[in-house]
Design a protein. Structure first.
Length: 184
């Protein structure tokens, strides 16, 4: 991965929204483009956790690392987390950073969960390490925000419905601006 990709840091909600808009041109081999996926994920999280704005925004931005750089599913969570950390804060960044670990956790602890994954998600599961080993599982078992991580992951896997109607980016702008750190 090039240094330029690692250096991507969103400094404003306008910059972040512009990158999300560009996600309409990428699909990551799923049945919906990355913008539709992000909007569906955030909408699901708004429905299941209406008071948890950080979780909703984590759903909106969780796959930004797929765009910077594209084609690196094994590192996209860490890249995306680093890109949003300064702007959206440590909790959103942690949820983004660990959303792939949450997939691994769910297929480890609930073997039938694997059947909910898309073909592409099964492919990336292998690239991201497959099942958790006992030490990795213990780390997640002890994570203070495990339920939010698993909720994000479940929303991520459900947010791949072609033609699903969701609020657009304008719906999320005020939430993004409310979470944005002033000195990002």
């Amino acid at each position: 991965m090039g240094k330029a990709a690692l250096a991507v840091r969103f400094r404003s909600s306008d910059e972040l929204v512009a990158r999300l808009e560009s996600a309409a041109d990428a699909d990551d081999d799923e049945p919906v483009d990355l913008l539709a996926h992000a909007l569906q994920c955030a909408a699901i999280l708004e429905r299941v956790g209406p008071a948890d704005r950080e979780l909703q925004i984590a759903g909106l931005v969780h796959d930004l690392g797929t765009l910077v750089p594209p084609g690196r599913p094994e590192t996209h969570a860490a890249v995306g987390a680093a890109a949003v950390a300064g702007l959206l804060g440590p909790r959103v960044a942690d949820l983004v950073a660990r959303h792939d670990d949450a997939k691994r956790y769910l297929v480890t602890t609930e073997p039938r969960y694997r059947h909910r994954l898309s073909t592409r998600s099964l492919e990336t599961l292998r690239l991201q390490g497959g099942l958790l080993d006992p030490e990795e599982r213990a780390v997640l078992d002890d994570h203070p925000d495990l339920e939010a991580l698993l909720t994000l992951r479940r929303a991520d896997d459900a947010a791949k419905v072609p033609g699903a109607r969701t609020p657009g980016l304008g719906h999320w702008r005020a939430v993004l601006e409310g979470l944005a750190c002033p000195a990002a």
